[in-house]
Design a protein around this ligand. Sequence first.
Ligand code: MLT
Length: 410
Amino acid sequence: MATINDNYLKLKAGYLFPEIARRVKAFTEANPEGAARLIRCGIGDVTEPLPEACRKAMHDAVDELGDSSTFRGYGPEQGYDFLRDAIVENQYGGLGISADEVFVSDGSKCDTGNILDIFGKGNKIAITDPVYPVYVDTNVMVGNTGEADESGAYEGLVYLPCTAENNFVPTIPAEDVDLVYLCYPNNPTGATATREQLKEWVAYAKERNAIILYDAAYEAFVQDDSVPKSIYEIEGAKDCAIEFRSFSKNGGFTGVRCAYTVVPKTIMGTDAKGDSHPLHPLWSRRHSTKFNGASYPVQRGAAAVFSPEGKAQVSALIKGYMENAALLRETCEKLGLPVYGGENAPYVWVGCPEGIDSWGMFDQMLEKANVVITPGSGFGAAGEGYFRISAFNSRDNVEEVCRRITENLG
Ligand code: MLT
């Protein structure tokens, strides 16, 4: 009989968002009226149509594939040059990143999980708490943790609490860690890290030979010019940081799927004998072996994000979502709730009213307001007492959500 990967048995319940979907399904099946009124502000999934420039580029690419003179089969696993070049030119200008350090993929969720393929066993992993659950679960899956305790914390992981007191940016740990996941603008808290804070993290990583896995999936939502959008804006980061970025939230590609990971050639890891190796060829090898590249029409659509029309259309989308975030913030503030995020990120992180916990808040919002939010505790023990509202929605829906929040919590 085939054995299984026992690490999967350590995973807690379902992955957060399927678990929310399960609860919402149970509610809507039992309450057809509530189901008809339901507004989803849980998972950070975009709602507005794809930018026209992207759609046009994808249509044209499909037409190319329909003509034998322009047909293409397998593409380069690491991504077409036209997209890798456009990414460097538009996202990393002046930061010293070259196009062959950019690996195009079908999603940052996949990349932040798959990156563990190139790291060895026994690394000490640090994650923030609260955290995007993928970082934790993928470490559990590959055996980098022990069992979870009652609070859901896994033995062997170093948890870095992110609280209102530290503005949701973790304090540098006193101990050595090998890999540390940072995500700014942050999911779920919507917080940003300052240049000074990132400098401290880069200095820590360089001094302790740690690697920062920097998830910048929400960089396009940064409104404040002083907030770094890339870890590579910090000197030295090319020696110690891998950055993940996505077209999901800026171009609205959550269903289309396209992202990229930057692995600088200067970043090194150590083998079992203690010899140093660059990570770039390892990730390239992994990518070529396990991935056949994002589809050609999708990469053309992604490149169109950087066209003049694409830039204007994406910035209109972001503006709309950020205006939603401002409305949600204002509504919760008026109710006297502690409100964070939503100024440089599409997530608003709200303290629960007195006497109700995160899942209690989830249930109340679902049952009474027919609004789906995300319970803070689903992101880790330090998320208890908070809930997250996603600003990805139509303006009409957000205005209705604001009315219902006021009605139910006011
Ligand atoms: C979220 O809601 O946290 C995100 O949509 C999850 C994701 O991007 O995978």
